[in-house]
Design a binder for this molecule. Structure first.
Ligand SMILES: *[C@@H]1O[C@H](CO)[C@@H](O)[C@H](O)[C@H]1NC(C)=O
Ligand SMILES: *[C@@H]1O[C@H](CO)[C@@H](O)[C@H](O)[C@H]1NC(C)=O
Ligand SMILES: *[C@@H]1O[C@H](CO)[C@@H](O)[C@H](O)[C@H]1NC(C)=O
Ligand SMILES: [Zn+2]
Length: 265
């Protein structure tokens, strides 16, 4: 056996994947949502029939604690001695290594542009558990102990959706529920079913002096929860043509807000 072969076997034994020139190429780690579907349409469709009690489409309501009270620093993740904010995570064994690389690539945007560090959990008490459950959803902020981030294999493993759910876990609400949203979007209540109206309720958000961001990854799309085909529930004002509900990547303002909220400098 030559050295290369024995080295490969050794690496495989340790579970390390080595680049093999004859293997089929891996799917790209950056997976955009296919087709002309915005982020809300995609995850609301995926979350239909989810067993969790979901607020605003994809935020889990804790059974023991009200997620709405995320106003004190208790629900944020803590900085370590190096001024980095560690968010320990574990991932379910039902994901493939390609799935995991999509998740890790979405995390790498946070690592590259903010002081947030998603780190594999060792023994930390508070951590997120990324699991292939029945939809794309997350708790809001750090709730203490293990907390679920559900990323269903079929429907949620997209760069933008992963970032969206991780942003909830960091403590961010949806942009269209911001305290000052009525200046920037009109909510068309006539197309919103009564039992879905709470998804459009204004929250007492800390806007951190950042401008309203139509391009936020946390903004719902125009037709979110609409009960009438062709009718929008959210209309940007004054210019109704402004795009909302983008699904590709965090915006510069999304990144700025993380940096402000967590005091990354
Ligand atoms: C983050 O930076 C690393 C190292 O430069 C790079 O390989 C990776 O693609 C970046 N991630 C994103 C999502 O831009
Ligand atoms: C985790 O392990 C480290 C090193 O062994 C130890 O110092 C630390 O107290 C442990 N933390 C918890 C939460 O158990
Ligand atoms: C927002 O700006 C005002 C006035 O410049 C300042 O007093 C306040 O501390 C700022 N708030 C935040 C959260 O940065
Ligand atoms: Zn959401």
């Amino acid at each position: 056996m030559d050295t290369t072969a024995s080295l490969s076997i050794l690496l495989l034994l340790f579970g390390i994947s080595v680049a093999n020139p004859v293997r089929k190429p891996e799917p790209p780690a950056f997976v955009p949502i296919p087709g002309n579907v915005d982020i809300t349409t995609k995850f609301l469709e995926t979350n239909k029939g989810s067993s969790e009690r979901l607020m605003h489409g994809d935020i889990v309501i804790p059974k023991t604690r009200n997620a709405l009270y995320c106003l004190n620093n208790n629900c944020f993740w803590k900085k370590n001695s190096k001024n980095l904010v560690e968010v320990p995570y574990i991932v379910s064994s039902s994901y493939s290594s390609a799935d995991i690389s999509v998740i890790q690539n979405a995390m790498s945007t946070f690592h590259n542009k903010t002081c947030i560090r998603f780190v594999p959990r060792v023994n930390q008490t508070d951590y997120i558990s990324i699991e292939d459950k029945d939809g794309c959803y997350s708790y809001l902020g750090r709730i203490g102990g293990q907390q679920l981030v559900s990323l269903k294999r079929t429907g949620c493993l997209y760069h933008g959706i992963i970032q969206h759910e991780l942003n909830h876990a960091l403590g961010f609400y949806h942009e269209h529920t911001r305290s000052d949203r009525d200046k920037y979007v009109k909510i068309n209540w006539e197309y919103i079913p009564t039992d879905k109206a709470s998804n459009f309720q204004i929250q007492n958000t800390n806007n951190q002096n950042t401008t309203y961001d139509y391009s936020s990854i946390m903004h719902y799309g125009k037709t979110a929860f609409s009960n009438t085909v062709g009718k929008d529930t959210i209309t940007p004002i004054p210019n109704a043509a402004v795009e909302i509900g983008q699904r590709q990547d965090m915006s510069n303002i999304d990144i700025l807000r993380i940096n402000k909220l967590y005091g990354c400098v």
